[in-house]
Design a protein around this ligand. Sequence first.
Ligand SMILES: Nc1ncnc2c1ncn2[C@@H]1O[C@H](COP(=O)(O)OP(=O)(O)OP(=O)(O)O)[C@@H](O)[C@H]1O
Length: 277
Amino acid sequence: MSFELDGVDLCHPGGHVALRGITLAARQGESLALIGPSGAGKTTLLNLLGTALPASAGRVHVLGSALGASSPDTPHASWPPPRALRARIGTVHQAPPLPPRQRVVTAVLAGRLGQWPAWKALASLLYPADLPGAHAALQRVQLQDKLFARCDQLSGGQLQRVGIARVLYQQPALLLADEPVSALDPTLALATVQLLVQDAAARGATLVASLHAVDLALACFARVVGLREGRIAFDLPAGAVTPDLLQALYAPPGDGALPPDETPTPPPTTSSYASCR
Ligand SMILES: Nc1ncnc2c1ncn2[C@@H]1O[C@H](COP(=O)(O)OP(=O)(O)OP(=O)(O)O)[C@@H](O)[C@H]1O
């Protein structure tokens, strides 16, 4: 298994319980999309898998390591997780945390900082250690001409693609993507999600991507997990996700009954993208 969560709760520092009783597992090499309304817990779940947040209860195994919930359920878990484990996990952030004055080449090469010895990582800050590698990764997101640009000279969508080039360069065993195409136009969004899915499949890596674009999730992923109010609402093959399930997933809190003139536009129920699987 790539990861296994068993009865996991996660309570944020302020006391908000963002995940409740999550039981979810993925085989190595599997790709799955996470969908659900805003605040459902998608980012929190990705942060848990990315070892950025510890569980409050339950069992968490990522890439063969037990991770620490401070709970009697996980007496052998360790926290914080070792650097070697974190180096095998790559995250694409919705807004990549790139220093504004950093060169794009440095930002991409940072994908492997955790895998390099300290001397190489330090040397690479002065002179890029692997220019051809950075160029090749940027070429895959059509940004090779920005190799030496500064991050603060890029658009939001270009920055997002630099974050993707960085994780492609990293080649992690577990690739987590949090709204990775939110700043891209529909054509680029489709091509970029396809790129992530194909890269993970070619390397036998596991991919978990949260997406607000339900049609992209259904078109590009074999398995779709719906999250609502911190719980798993469904975990199904994309072809089994029905309009009724989507309606219930995205219904307003409470009974979902709104006056006719306030009825929200339903989420897409059939894909407007040709299947990219
Ligand atoms: N650092 C934090 N401290 C306290 N509460 C938090 C924190 N981060 C998230 N939350 C809360 O946890 C819940 C889940 O948030 P999360 O960001 O995981 O949702 P999401 O599904 O990714 O939402 P979106 O689609 O809007 O990005 C929300 O109610 C949010 O307010």
